[in-house]
Ligand binder design. Structure first.
Ligand code: UDP
Length: 370
């Protein structure tokens, strides 16, 4: 049987890579098909990551471009997925994370009676004004298999009323990929000649792209002021997300001079940069998780996180921009606690997902809803 792994945007790729490689280790089980919806078309945000992650070029590219707002992207992606899956019916569709393409693919598959697995199910930040939070809740509501990254998240899904057989704490797929790729990332020099200016432990990394942070001129400007204060203490390196680059230009805002501005980096370049930093200031979901495992102090520039397990590990803290420089001082003074290991973030999430898939595919599928 065919298993379609839906990749819409950059953060989906390291998660799907963990499953892809676990499936490749059991070649007679099913035929994995990598499908790209098109949401991230920029080669720096998609194609450049495939080789780093050991993924092939997608078997299917739907070519649905971003733009026109959430409803338009979701609707166009649903139509393209439904058209494909009416012709070429996979036994199951795997969607990852919380982007619009994830929601669109999950809805399209479920309405065709094709089973859906949600890789990274059950995350909740509690802020229903974030588009990602709406997507997470909606995808979980229609998914048949819910793969939670940790025990607490699985317990929450059960409390929401999901079937016990559907919910499984498989661990964190992004950490499978990080652990597998870290030696290669560290074997490379710092990217783009940064090693001539910076040394390991002597810089901080910045990433910002959440709509809540970058879509408002006032909020983005407050963040830039906070980063400017930090540069008096520590050199900063910022691979700028395309969304943020567009907003900076629209708003006529400039990145403070003490920050080294980089293009979005490939997976190995970014992992190598992060692993050698002394801290990261971010609003990324995946980076909070990677930092927790790398034991890099993570200053999360958001009022909430859907990954509280990283806060409990000690490595991650929610930081108001006004308090960013003081938090950096704490790190530089050696007062930040060492990260405690997170159960199930052990590199085995892919194998646990495949075990759950095997059990599920032995059972008959639901009827089509068309
Ligand atoms: N990442 C990358 N290059 C960069 C910045 C991030 O490869 O320049 C990786 C990062 O290591 C993580 C993933 O992209 O694996 C996170 O994606 P992003 O921050 O875009 O999305 P989120 O996790 O917030 O959904």
């Amino acid at each position: 049987p065919e298993l379609h792994l839906v990749a819409a945007a950059r953060p989906n790729l390291p998660k799907l890579a963990a499953l892809w490689h676990a499936l490749a280790a059991q070649p007679r089980f099913c035929r994995p098909v990598l499908l790209h919806t098109g949401q991230h078309q920029d080669p720096a945000m998609f194609d450049a990551h495939l080789a780093d992650l050991g993924l092939p070029r997608p078997d299917v590219s739907l070519g649905v471009l971003s733009g026109g707002g959430h409803a338009a992207l979701t609707g166009r992606t649903m139509m393209a997925c439904a058209e494909l899956w009416a012709r070429r019916r996979p036994a199951l569709v795997v969607v990852a994370g919380d982007v619009d393409g994830t929601l669109a693919a999950a809805l399209a598959a479920r309405k065709l009676g094709i089973r859906v697995a949600h890789l990274e199910a059950g995350l909740r930040c509690g802020d229903r004004d974030m588009p990602e939070e709406i997507n997470r809740r909606a995808v979980d509501a229609v998914s048949d298999l819910l793969w939670a990254p940790d025990h607490d998240t699985a317990v929450r899904l059960l409390a929401e009323g999901h079937e016990p057989a559907a919910v499984r704490a498989v661990g964190n797929a992004i950490i499978d990929t990080l652990l597998a790729r870290l030696p290669a990332a560290l074997a490379q020099d710092l990217p783009l000649g940064l090693g001539e200016h910076l040394s390991a432990g002597g810089y901080g990394v910045v990433t910002l792209h959440r709509p809540a942070n970058v879509d408002s001129r006032a909020t983005l400007s407050v963040l830039l002021t906070a980063l400017a204060r930090v540069t008096a203490r520590l050199p900063l390196v910022w691979p700028v997300h395309p969304r943020t680059a567009v907003r900076l230009q629209q708003f006529g805002l400039a990145i403070p001079p003490g920050v080294r501005v980089l293009p979005p980096l490939g997976y190995l370049d970014f992992a190598g940069l992060l692993a050698r930093a002394c801290l990261v200031a971010t609003d990324s979901g995946g980076v909070q998780e990677e930092a927790a495992v790398l034991d890099i102090p993570c200053l999360t520039l958001r009022p909430s996180t859907e990954r509280p397990v990283t806060l409990a590990s000690g490595a991650n803290r929610l930081v108001d921009p006004a308090a960013l420089a003081e938090a950096v001082d704490e790190v530089l003074a050696g007062a930040w606690p060492a990260a405690r290991p997170i159960p199930l973030w052990d590199g085995m999430a892919g194998a646990r997902m495949v075990a759950h898939l095997r059990e599920t595919l032995q059972r008959p599928a639901a009827p089509t809803l068309e």
